[in-house]
Design a protein around this ligand. Structure first.
Ligand code: DAH
Length: 326
């Protein structure tokens, strides 16, 4: 019985290969797969078999039916494609596949890490859910400082909060490793804010910390201006403006000339300064021996300047027409 099935299969395949036009293929289908066809006929012989042989026979016949149906489908295509449809011009340009790609912010982050990496900074990480010690106390931010206002922070249960700045990572790194240190840290920060072209309640910062013997403000300015030139090009306009932060002394704000909705203007990129001795003492570093500079810059604004994006909200709308441009 089993050899008869094999025989039927061989014959059927040979006959299908010989069928050269759609009519012949259809005639083949009727002969082998039709309701009065040879498979049906063979199937009817199951009755004559002893009961224990029937399951195996049934399985083999099913497999044969499936393979002949598949052969018929591809034979149909083969027999009809050539004479019917239009000739295919294989020299025509293809249709490019649209693959996925990195989000423009991810790309900006990778590039920032690369530029600072060339200046000798390694990458450190810290948690987005923080405690008040790392977000405020250790950074010399007093209890009554306006930066702690619940209206300006996302507080969670207990003394937990979504970090409002990546300066938290400076503290974590200094708690874990002794100087000298030269790190950047990139990540999300959270502040309740009204969304407009340059503000969003979640954004990204790149934090830098360089701690060593004899580090000065000149080193800070050099690193920031070198970064701007390397990343935006020689025409980049950056300035430092005296300012105040509890965790640096002296402190400065970093501005960059950029186009917002068609207008060139100075936009604040972030802050910087020399690490305040109180901060060093909070993490057990001797400020008589070590000095350092720190900075924190907004990554969305860097991306906007670099890629000519005029509204921060575009970055979070996930509109493919926007994202595909980069
Ligand atoms: N953490 C500050 C902010 O989010 C930015 C900043 C200012 C970071 C001065 C620093 C710094 O490291 O030294 O507004």
């Amino acid at each position: 019985m089993s050899s008869e099935i094999d025989q039927l299969q061989l014959e059927a395949i040979a006959a299908l290969e010989a069928a050269s036009d759609p009519q012949a293929v259809e005639a083949w289908r009727i002969e082998y797969l039709g309701s009065k066809g040879r498979l049906k006929d063979m199937m009817s012989r199951m009755r004559d078999l002893p009961a224990e042989e029937r399951p195996v026979f049934g399985q083999r016949m099913n497999a044969l039916k499936q393979s002949l149906e598949a052969a018929f489908e591809s034979g149909k295509a083969g027999a009809s494609a050539a004479p019917a449809g239009p000739p295919i011009d294989v020299t025509e340009p293809g249709i490019a596949a649209r693959g996925g790609k990195r989000h423009v912010l991810t790309r900006t982050i990778d590039e920032i890490v690369e530029v600072f990496g060339r200046m000798g900074f390694s990458v450190a990480e810290g948690p987005e859910v923080e405690d008040e010690w790392h977000n405020f106390n250790a950074l010399n931010i007093p209890d009554d400082h306006p930066a702690r206002d619940p209206i300006d922070n996302f507080f969670l249960a207990g003394d937990r909060m979504l970090r409002s700045q990546t300066s938290t990572v400076q503290i974590r790194v200094m708690e874990q490793s002794p100087p000298p240190l030269k790190i950047i840290s990139v990540g999300r920060v959270y502040r309740p804010d009204t969304h407009d072209a340059t503000h969003y309640s979640m954004f990204h910062q790149v934090e830098g910390l360089c701690l060593d013997r004899g580090v000065t403000m000149i080193d800070l300015k050099t690193v920031l201006f070198q970064f701007a030139r390397a990343y935006f090009g020689p025409e980049a306009e950056v300035r430092m403006r005296p300012s105040f932060f509890p965790f640096t002394e002296p402190s400065a704000e970093v501005d960059m000339k950029m186009q917002i909705r068609g207008q060139w203007q100075w936009v604040e990129l972030g802050g910087c300064g020399m690490v305040d001795p109180n901060v060093l003492q909070a993490v057990g570093v001797d400020p008589e021996e070590w000095t350092g500079f720190a900075f924190g810059l907004g990554i969305e604004r860097i991306a906007m300047r670099r890629y000519g994006i005029s509204d921060i909200r575009h970055l979070y709308e996930n509109d493919e027409r926007f994202l595909r441009q980069f």
